[in-house]
Design a protein around this ligand. Structure first.
Ligand code: DGL
Length: 275
């Protein structure tokens, strides 16, 4: 990497990783971004390690081939199941979402007891629990598979979603975790539910958004690679260039993606990854 703007590749199973891209754009506007959404093969959250690792490595290679100098694995499931495999296959630095999320939980939790919600695959991998235990925290993980389709339906403030979230969180904060004081959002879709989860979660609980913590981890990483200099600072003042790649319908990516990113999406290219 040289002393100039960097190109960051962001990978997700679909649209949800746009919550991570949103956090990155807010914190690091002086970079350019390539976003890859594997919309033809989502959801990853119900798939096996082998399948997720194969898909994620293909996407990582695609982003590298298109100029990504740093890869952000925005998908919690891909990070939890395949981060080591992606790192081994990539030729550029790779940042996942689990470690930054666990680090943020460790810094906000006072009693070192936290609840993590995510997809079935993320929870079964226990990646979050391991990362939290390594920092001296106890974690209870809870799979919330119905939340992803409800968010994709746009039901982020819907009574049905609120009821579903209440059932999941009641179970998550049971079994000796009534006193847990942090809730980690271990899935790309959950930041959209933050206002509702704030109402549904016990009042004393801090909500940890791994999209935000990941953006901070990427910023810290870039600082070590791209030291400040007047010339480099000048280059980084330009607006970020964004390119999107989707393996399914470009039109659908644009339509759904705008909700996750919070503004209009242009320049989506269809990608056909051969099996
Ligand atoms: N991106 C996935 C995650 O963060 C959720 C959607 C999916 O299951 O593919 O775990």
């Amino acid at each position: 990497m040289t002393l100039r703007r960097s190109t960051i590749g962001v990978f997700d199973s679909g649209f949800g990783g746009l919550t991570v891209l949103k956090a990155l754009l807010e914190l690091i506007p002086g970079a350019d971004y390539l976003y890859f959404g594997d919309t033809a093969r989502l959801p990853y959250g119900s798939k096996s390690v082998e399948t997720v690792a194969r898909y994620a490595v293909e996407a990582a290679h695609y982003l590298e081939a298109h100029g990504a100098e740093l890869l952000v694995i925005a998908c919690n499931t891909a990070t939890a199941l395949a981060l080591d495999r992606i790192k081994a296959a990539a030729h550029v630095p790779v940042v996942g979402v689990v470690e930054p999320g666990a680090e943020a939980a460790a810094s906000v939790s006072k009693n070192k007891r936290v609840v993590v919600i995510g997809t079935e695959a993320t929870v079964s991998s226990h990646a979050y629990r391991k990362a939290l235990e390594a920092r001296g925290l106890d974690a209870q993980e809870k799979a919330c598979p119905l939340l992803v389709p409800l968010v994709e339906e746009g039901w982020v403030e819907h009574a049905v979603t609120e009821q579903v979230a209440r059932i999941y969180l009641d179970e998550a904060f049971a079994h000796g975790f009534h006193d847990a004081d942090a809730l980690v959002l271990g899935c790309t879709h959950y930041p959209l539910l933050k206002p509702m989860l704030r109402r549904v979660a016990p009042a004393h609980v801090s909500i940890v958004d791994s999209a935000e913590s990941t953006a901070h981890a990427v910023a810290a990483h870039l600082q070590t690679l791209l030291p400040a200099s007047p010339a480099a600072d000048e280059e980084r003042r330009a607006l970020p260039r964004l390119k999107f790649f989707a393996t399914d319908s470009v039109e659908k990516f644009r339509r759904l993606g705008e909700r996750f990113l919070g503004h209009t999406i242009e320049g989506v290219q269809h990608v056909d990854l051969k099996e």
